[in-house]
Design a protein around this ligand. Structure first.
Ligand SMILES: [Cu+2]
Length: 735
């Protein structure tokens, strides 16, 4: 059911003080506590409702906030209405299947457990396949002994080279009087989620707990794990720096290795929660904010334990809950990282008359190619923001979505309470012009999205905004989708008709396209975001040469320019209009194989190299979205050992009975229940192309209009079978 926010409704239930604070160690600690642990009561609910009513009417509100930017979609972009989602969008990650995973605490209850859902943005309202619940594995609550889905809200998240999602830490326990616990305690747990079979795997635990950690996929395929409150509940930071080494196959067990500590003599500084991390072209990883001392470079870790780092000048100011982005660069990679907005609760920069905290407008950039300059001033936002999200777009621009004041003491008035405080000033997006780097206001969204909000780029070029677990109600949540101006100029979009499933560093590959000729090609790393911190997004420019019917592209030269994994490949017209993306897996040669963690220096005798038997079937690519247009079904398939056989079945289903297409007889066979589970396969033709094969199955006749299920089966050179049948089969439409 679609709901449009703007009507009068308050908070459905008096909210518990379940998750409001994230306190960086520092002098303003007590002040923070006082303001942040406030939660909305009935008064504030009424205030929120009043605010929303004003927002809905389009009238300037009592606080003198400006109305939303006037409606010119070609310049400002456009928001669709808010629609219900089954979970608070506190954490969001776009998976290589095109689905978005959202996770949080359960609605309106402070229960120490998590709820996770997959949202398929290609499915319409009412389609049962639109949402799927995928709660994390069970975990025994240390307080109650009850087994419940592990509490992975307050975790860190990023993508792995093999397309799995890595989730570290979370909320072990909240502050309490009995047992005495002054702060949140972090989970030691690590989980991976395989997006291809939609299952979780528990991984080895970290050395200490992490609540509000950050993580970053490194060029070697390992993931850096940093920061977060430890498991004690004493408010102590976990000072260990760890690496997660990926398993050899999806669903397998990885490994955690500690490489060093922070905060001691000769060690990198201990800093704030959810720090921004970014791998730079030198292979070093930048730490950037929230605290001024969160400003240093980690050298690419070697094989053993040990941590090598370089200090940088401090950032300009405390930027709690500011966003941070690696700015789009050229084919040589992105060297510049910008910290945008945020807040400092004891800031004196608030305009007079404003309550504590107003979100800051300013931005600063560190450019590794001009490292000696340190952090330099970058163009400011139009309106101050904290808890906002900044999303990279394929046209080299970016959009800042939502946010609020940072924090405001609870009290009557139009402002909300605590970290959820927001005004009309944060509802319009801000768009960055890539030519000048300056920001301007765009279209306003329906709901205020401050603390615990998320935003990320979708494969179709639109932007999802979700979360904030108070504004809009604590017992429900909505998401909204933003169409950037490039989709609303009335200009045609390039169509990326085909692309290889994999790409190798430094190697060229061909894509076919139709519509306007592509002027640029860019790989966009899928988002993985929480608390104003996207731990994954990155724009990677590709060299492009136009060819008849498409283009020849060159993958980035090195993993430091684009860590291995799945990227959205967009073609962009010379008018700046992007195609719909296709996911391409980028990796070292042979494509797609995650680099094994380097062996430790030989202890006693060197281990013989263990060669893992290949038990995986070929990877099959088929685009169901394009439908069965002609008399053929077509796609790609590849496997390191070659592909022996490729088979296709086309069935039509009605009332639980299926009929399989026979290309020989050029009609459907008899309807049966069995045919649903075991469709009649026929062989496709295989033709070598790039690193794999193009498969083509002739139907012999054009199918009537309607919906069909296409099941696929492929056998590799070693006899391993890969199949997409049953629930995973592609559903296509003949128009
Ligand atoms: Cu939080």
């Amino acid at each position: 059911m679609a709901i449009v926010v703007g009507a009068l409704f308050g908070f459905a239930a008096p909210a518990q003080a379940d998750h409001p604070t994230a306190t960086p160690p520092g002098a303003e600690e007590s002040l923070l506590r006082a303001s942040e642990t406030q939660t909305p009561g009935s008064e504030h609910a009424a205030a929120h409702a009043q605010q929303r009513a004003l927002a809905g009417s389009g009238a300037p509100s009592a606080a003198g906030t400006q109305p939303a930017a006037a409606g010119n979609p070609a310049q400002d972009g456009r928001w669709g209405g808010a629609f219900e989602i089954p979970v608070h969008g506190i954490h969001a990650a776009l998976l290589p299947t095109g689905k978005v995973m959202l996770w949080a605490r359960p609605f309106a209850t402070p229960d120490n457990e998590a709820v996770a859902w997959l949202w398929d943005p290609t499915k319409q309202l009412g389609d049962p396949a639109r949402f799927k619940r995928v709660d994390p594995p069970l975990f025994t609550d240390p307080e109650t002994g009850v087994r419940k889905p592990a509490n992975i809200w307050c975790s860190g998240q990023s993508h792995m080279a093999d397309g799995q999602l890595l989730v570290t830490g979370g909320n072990l326990a909240s502050p309490s009087e009995n047992p005495p616990r002054v702060d949140y305690a972090g989970m030691k747990t690590v989980y991976t989620f395989n997006p291809f079979n939609e299952t979780w795997t528990e991984q080895p635990k970290m050395g200490k707990g992490r609540w509000y950690p950050s993580q970053a996929l490194l060029p070697d395929g390992r993931t850096l794990l940093m920061s977060g409150l430890d498991e004690t509940g004493s408010g102590a930071n976990n000072k260990q720096v760890e690496l997660f080494s990926p398993p050899s196959a999806r669903g397998g067990q990885g490994k955690i290795t500690k490489i060093g500590d922070r905060g001691g003599a000769g060690q990198p500084p201990d800093g704030g929660l959810y720090p921004h991390l970014a791998v730079l072209p030198s292979g070093r990883t930048l730490m950037a904010g929230p605290q001024e001392r969160d400003s240093w470079l980690l050298r690419a870790p070697g094989a053993g334990s040990g941590l090598s780092w370089t200090g940088l000048p401090k950032t300009d100011r405390h930027r709690l809950w500011g966003s941070g982005v690696l700015r789009p660069g050229g084919t040589g990679g992105s060297t510049a990282f910008t910290l945008i907005g945020g807040s400092d609760f004891d800031s004196d920069q608030d305009p007079p008359g404003q309550p504590l905290g107003s979100g800051v407008r300013t931005s600063v950039t560190f450019d590794e190619s001009k490292a000696a300059e340190g952090w330099t001033t970058a163009p400011p936002l139009t309106n101050g923001r904290s808890h906002h999200n900044t999303v990279l777009l394929p046209d080299k621009s970016m959009v800042t979505v939502g946010g609020g004041l940072g924090s405001s003491p609870a009290g009557p008035g139009i402002y909300g309470a605590g970290q959820w405080a927001a005004t009309d000033k944060q509802r319009p997006v801000e768009l960055m012009d890539p030519a000048t780097g300056s920001w301007r206001l765009g279209a306003a969204q329906a709901e205020s999205r401050a603390y615990h909000s998320t935003a990320l780029l979708l494969p179709d070029g639109r932007v999802m905004s979700a979360g904030d677990d108070q504004n809009g109600g604590a017992a429900q949540d909505t998401a909204e989708i933003y169409e950037p101006p490039y989709l609303l100029k009335g200009l045609p979009r390039p169509v990326l008709d085909s692309a290889p499933a994999t790409a190798t560093y430094g190697a060229s590959f061909d894509v076919t396209s139709s519509g306007p000729a592509p002027a640029r090609a860019v790989l966009m790393a899928p988002g993985a975001v929480t608390h104003a911190n996207d731990m994954s997004q990155r724009a990677v420019e590709l060299a492009l040469t136009r060819r008849t019917g498409g283009a020849r592209l060159t993958a980035p030269a090195r993993a430091a320019l684009a860590p291995p994994g799945y990227y959205m490949l967009f073609l962009v017209s010379d008018q700046g209009v992007p195609s719909v993306a296709r996911f391409v897996r980028l990796g070292p040669s042979p494509p797609g194989k995650p680099p094994p963690p380097k062996p430790k220096p030989a202890p006693v005798k060197p281990k013989p190299p263990s060669v893992l038997p290949d038990r995986r079937g070929p990877s099959i690519a088929f685009n169901a979205r394009r439908g069965l247009r002609g008399r053929t079904v077509k796609g790609r398939v590849s496997d390191p050992s070659g592909v022996k056989r490729m088979q296709v079945a086309v069935t039509s289903a009605r009332d639980g009975r299926c009929r399989s297409w026979s290309p020989r007889r050029r009609r459907f066979g008899r309807a049966s229940r069995r045919a649903c589970a075991r469709p009649a396969f026929f062989s496709a033709r295989l033709r070598r192309s790039g690193g794999g094969y193009v498969w083509t199955a002739r139907l012999g006749a054009r199918l009537a209009r309607g919906r069909y299920v296409v099941a696929l089966r492929a056998v590799d050179g070693r006899g391993n079978v890969a199949a997409r049948t049953g629930g995973r089969a592609a559903r296509v439409t003949v128009r």
